[in-house]
Each structure stands twice: as C-alpha cells, then as structure tokens.
Design a protein around this ligand. Structure first.
Ligand code: ZN
Length: 454
C-alpha cells in the first residue's frame, strides 16, 4: 500500500514537472560532442618549462557545442573545448567555416576553452612560451587545423539536433580555488593567498528535452585549470575534464560542458597529482548535483547577442628598452626583444592597441552571459556583479580569443606575472595601459544594453 501511494505521489510529481516544463518549452536546443585528442604526439600547452612532446592520453579531450534557438528562430551556439585557449587565427578560421556552412554570424557563436594545461599547443597561442623546432611546429599547425575542422563539424551537428527544450538557470559554489598572488616584500609572486579575492560561484544552465530528459549541463568555475603541472605529459582535461566526465556518467545521454570563469589569478588547491584533478572534478560534480536537485529558474523570453572588437591600448616598449632586453639573462625575454626589434625594423612601427573581442548573450529576460576574451582576473567578475547585479549574471572568460592576461587596474599597479611577465610569453609589445579596465567595463555595459538586457 505504501509502495502504491508512493507510486501515485511520484506520478503526480512527474506530471507536475512535465506540465511545468511543457509550458516553458519555447526554446529549441541541440547538443553534440567530438573527441579532439591529437592523433600523434604534440607539444603541450601552458607551461614553457616542458622539454618534450606529449606521451599518450589519460583522458580524451573534447569539443562540444550547444545550439540554442528562441521561438523567433534566433540562434546562438556555445562551443566548449578542452584546450588552453582558442587564439585569434583559430577562432577566425572556425567562425568563417561556421558562417559559410551554417550561416551563423560571429555574434551568434561563442568559442570557449577550459584552459587545460595538459592539452596540445594551439598554433599561434602563447607564441613566446615555447621553443619549437620545425617538426614540432608543423605538428602543432597540423593539429590546430584538425581541431578547427572538428569544431566546425560539431557546431553543425548541434544545429542539426535542434529540438524543443526547456532552459533553466541555477547557481552553486565550490571552494578549491585559491588566490595565487602573494605579496612578498612588495613583490607579487605565485603562492597561496588564502585571504585573497576569489569568486566561488558555479553558474549552471540546464537543458532538458520537452519530455523532461536532461540533455545538457553547462557550468563555469573561476579557477585556473592547472591541477596538473609541467611534469605531466599525458593529454588530460584536468579538473574541468573530470567534472564533465562525472556529470555524463551520472546522466547517461546528457552532455556536460565547462566554460572557464574569470579566475586567471586563482589556482586549484591542492595541485600536482592526477588524483587531485579527479577530486576537484568530483567536488564540482557534487555541486552540480546539488544545483540540479534544487529549484532552478526557468528561462523565458528572447535570445539576443552583441559582439564587438574593442581597442585596448598597450604601453609599448621603446626601441631602447627592447635593445636593453636583448641582453637579459632570461631566454624568453631575449627572444621577445629580438622578435619585436625585427618587427620594428621591418614595419617601422608596432601595434599600439589590440582589438579585444567582447560578447554578450542575453538568454531570455533572466540571464546575461558576458563572454570575455583572454585570461581575465577575478576583479572583473566581482566588479560586474556589483554593477550589473549578481543574480542574473554569468561571466565567462577565455572566450573567442586568448591573447593575453587581462589584469585589473589594481593588478597593473601591483605588478607581477598577470600584469608584466606574461606579456613576454603572449608575445605582445608591452603591458596593458591602466585604461583597459574602464574601457572593458564600459563596453560590457553597452553590449548588454544592445543585447536587450533590462
Ligand atoms: Zn593561464
């Protein structure tokens, strides 16, 4: 009898859920995934100190695409990839393939990367960080072209899969990310700053089919995907790879996708061992399970997007400064100075600003996704939450083009890796001008208005 009553109760609950979802099925969604693990050894991205190419795979790397369409037929495709970053040239190649094949414009394509440091080097990303010989450079180029084709194909597959769906938004928290900037006698160095700023939020988009089946989960966390360090030579998605695997295992048939948040100055702790990456992935998957079991806010209304390249000023090094840097004892700094002196000689000038992509995706009336490019420090998400309201906001970083760190005015003043040295590895001719923070924030507000955020 008890079992019978329980069945009735369960049926009633199911009907109620199905009804609630039916009234909300004013979206269409399609999802697809493809393995992008290289088919040969390739130099690995993110640590300049590696001494040899990859040696096998301990976890497959994926490109995944989520296509969303509102009831007017307006579309956006969000792509996640288990790689360090999608640099300009690769992003442009993907965007032009997608425009040609599926008539999807740049504003309606969000390209993101999980920033795993155990993936292949993307061609023309972090160009000053690796000293590749001809054969290795060719392998990187070939693999980047291969990934580009696979990403274009996975976008098409997601678009072909569009079916009635409900979207809802939830939020949880994770705590293994710790601020990595430590003030040691006035100099900012890498370490563990337990009192430093961070963002524990785990925003989540749930996609269900009209009959209630879980089809996709998209989540973010603002913390470097660097549990695995430079001694690890197998391809692996790191904690972001493990959280996706955990969710997909718990929900057969569903696709889990991870977008990196603005956590460029945050590191996972502890780090260094494979089981730590697995544990962080598990912790994040538990957060996701709690969010999915709670009450999520249905997303209703129209989809709108806005995209712009914003000119960010650089404080370019002078010829004299570059010449002095050719005598540096650090080989990366010497090579950087030589490259920029050669460009200066060739062209008579160097770039003084960078066309920085910014994108806003307005998902109905209740969610604004801000897709920022580059390795964005946590100050930006904290500031945007204050100015735009935390409730309906999702800030993703490492989107569309990963050309540099994006430090705040505070970090530019303090100095350290994110402000200074990283520009050597990213092969830019100087530091960002402190005006960049205001320019970025002002443009995000403008794009959010353009995308119809109320
Ligand atoms: Zn990074």
């Amino acid at each position: 009898m008890k079992a019978f009553l329980l069945t009735i109760l369960t049926l009633a609950l199911c009907c109620q859920t199905a009804f609630a979802q039916k009234t909300n099925a004013d979206w269409r969604a399609g999802v697809a995934k493809a393995v992008i693990t290289p088919d040969q050894p390739v130099w690995m991205a993110g640590y300049g100190s590696r001494t040899k190419p990859s040696e096998g795979t301990s976890q497959e790397l994926y490109a995944k695409a989520l296509a969303l369409q509102d009831n007017r037929g307006k579309r956006v495709v969000i792509v996640t990839t288990d790689i360090l970053g999608i640099p300009r040239e690769m992003g442009d190649a993907i965007a032009s393939g997608v425009a040609q094949k599926y008539k999807l414009t740049r504003a309606n394509l969000v390209l993101t990367s999980t920033h795993t440091h155990t993936g292949p080097v993307p061609h023309r990303n972090l160009e000053g960080a690796y000293f590749l010989d001809e054969q290795q450079a060719a392998a990187v180029k070939r693999n980047t072209a291969r990934m580009t084709e696979k990403i274009i194909a996975v976008v098409g597959e997601a678009l072909r899969e569009l079916q009635p769906a409900t979207l809802s938004f939830g939020r949880g928290a994770a705590h293994f990310g710790i601020n990595r900037r430590v003030n040691r006698d006035g100099r900012f160095v890498f370490g563990s700053n337990k009192d430093g700023v961070k963002d524990d939020d785990v925003p989540l988009l749930q996609v269900r089919s009209a009959d209630g089946r879980l089809r996709a989960v998209l989540l973010s966390y603002a913390c470097h995907n660097t549990t695995l360090t430079d001694t690890f030579y197998q391809f692996n998605g790191d904690y972001a790879g493990y959280v996706q695997a955990e969710i997909e295992q718990a929900h057969p048939g569903a696709v889990a996708m991870f977008m990196m948040g603005a956590g460029a100055d945050i590191n996972p702790e502890p780090r260094g061992k494979l089981e730590m990456a697995q544990a962080h992935g598990k912790a994040l998957a538990e957060t996701v399970a709690r969010i999915l079991a709670g009450s999520l806010r249905p997303l209703r209304g129209n989809l709108n997007t806005a995209y712009a390249n914003v000119a960010l000023p650089l404080d370019v090094m002078t010829r004299e400064q570059l010449q002095a840097q050719t005598q540096d004892k650090d080989k990366y700094r010497r090579a950087h100075a030589q490259r920029w002196l050669a460009r200066l000689d060739r062209d008579g000038k160097v770039m003084t600003e960078y066309p920085y992509p910014l994108q806003v995706v307005q998902l109905g009336n209740d969610l604004t996704l801000v897709a920022m490019s580059g390795e964005v420090v946590v100050d930006y998400v904290l500031r945007l939450k204050q100015e735009l309201g935390a409730e309906r906001l999702w800030v993703a970083a490492y989107c569309n083009d990963v050309m540099a760190y994006i430090p705040s005015v505070r970090i530019l003043k303090e100095g350290g890796y994110e402000a200074d040295f990283s520009m050597i590895y990213y092969d830019l001719p100087g530091k960002w001008n402190p005006a960049v923070e205001e320019i970025i924030i002002r443009n995000i507000h403008a794009l959010a208005r353009k995308a119809g955020r109320k």
